[in-house]
Design a protein around this ligand. Structure first.
Ligand code: IPM
Ligand code: MG
Length: 359
């Protein structure tokens, strides 16, 4: 936004775990397809704590406020260290605070089905073959994630409380994006909620029904989240665009990511109402596999492609990355998460080498 030159400038927040190593690969790809795009690294998560004793320091806030877009890696430490100062509340203090700081209310997660990977999908072939891509629109700033939380004691009992809240404006913002997207695709939109139990879901449904009147070309259906989880496994091809609340979207997007083969392939984009975007893999920091050159770089590379397309208007470059990845899969290269056996898998760097060669 406020770059001194006209060159697009992006903030790179690699974070923790596998974040830095997959980010390094994304930057190699960026330098190949769009060498004019400049970038600056910032610290976030446990990596920021190590220097600033803060998970989301002011220096990082200043950096992102100057950038045209943010490419994010992942944050969080090993489970066994979850109570240490470096890792305690790391996700809440960094990625959730960042979403809040940038007012990123709309999150989009594509689960793309690559025909070359039919054999590693948990789906039977006929179910897999019927699928192309499922897009999940997840509301990102409301719900139980951002409502009031407290832990207290009553009569010697510990009680913990998380409050789920939605305003109709919050729901309208995500509905508007999901309807617009569905109108430009198949025209099918599935809104997922728990309206048989939750007030937030009843309001959600009302807002979606109301907005459906403005989108006569979109066929809106409602599905309860428990049924949706089952339907994703039994018949995923019935879905094109799904819209859902923050917590359901977190859970359903992980489930949907496994259908094409692995969470390691799923990118995501988050937007505020001015269209500013942050792009990040849908998965976490995976500290157990960090530093071993085995992480799948696809989610990070595809997040970069989404950034180029949506924030920098670089459609050909975005498409080039997506097609190069597909070609690499077609020629048989597999990272460990999508490989048949450990002996013939390709490492993080070597997989990216192949992608760069295709570009
Ligand atoms: C995601 C992640 C985050 C979330 C965590 C790290 C807080 O699981 O982006 O899906 O729950 O939103
Ligand atoms: Mg998640």
């Amino acid at each position: 936004m406020n770059t001194p030159s006209n060159k697009p400038h992006i903030a790179i927040l690699a974070g923790d775990g596998i974040g830095p190593e997959v980010m390094q690969q994304a930057l190699r790809v960026l330098e190949k397809v769009a060498p004019d795009v400049s970038y600056t690294h910032g610290l976030i998560g446990g990596a920021a704590y190590a220097k600033y004793q803060q998970h989301f320091p002011n220096a990082t806030k200043e950096l992102i406020d100057q950038a045209d877009a943010v490419l994010f890696g992942s944050v969080g430490g090993p489970i066994q260290a979850a109570d240490s100062p470096q890792w305690k509340n790391c996700e809440v203090n960094s990625i959730l605070a960042l979403r809040n700081h940038l007012n990123l209310s709309v999150n989009v997660r594509p689960a793309k089905f690559y025909s070359a990977l039919a054999d590693i999908s948990p789906l039977k072939n006929h179910l897999f073959d019927a699928c192309d891509e499922i897009l999940i629109y997840r509301e990102l700033l409301g719900d139980i994630y951002f409502g009031e939380k407290r832990t207290f004691e009553v009569n010697g009992q510990m009680v913990a409380e998380d409050t789920a809240t939605y305003t109709d404006d919050q729901i309208k913002a995500i509905a508007q994006q999901a309807f617009t997207c569905a109108a430009n695709r198949s025209g099918k939109l599935t809104s997922v909620d728990k309206a048989n139990v939750l007030d937030t879901s009843k309001l959600w449904r009302q807002v979606f029904d109301e907005m459906a009147k403005d989108f006569p070309q979109v066929e809106l259906s409602h599905m309860l989240v428990d049924n949706c989880t089952m339907q994703l496994i039994l018949n995923p091809a019935q879905f094109d665009v799904i819209a859902t609340a923050n917590l359901f979207g977190d859970i359903l997007s992980d489930a949907a990511s496994a259908l094409p083969g692995s969470l390691g392939m799923m990118p995501s984009a988050s937007f505020n109402d001015a269209g500013f975007g942050l792009y990040e893999p849908s998965g976490g920091s995976a500290p157990d596999i960090a530093g071993k050159d085995i992480a799948n770089p696809m989610a990070q590379l595809l997040s970069l492609a989404m950034l180029l397309r949506h924030s920098l208007n670089r459609h050909p470059e975005a498409l080039a990355i997506e097609q190069a990845i597909e070609q690499v899969l077609n020629s048989g290269h597999r990272t460990a998460d999508i490989g048949h056996n450990a002996s013939d898998t390709t490492g993080t760097v070597a997989f990216t080498d192949q992608v760069i060669q295709q570009l």
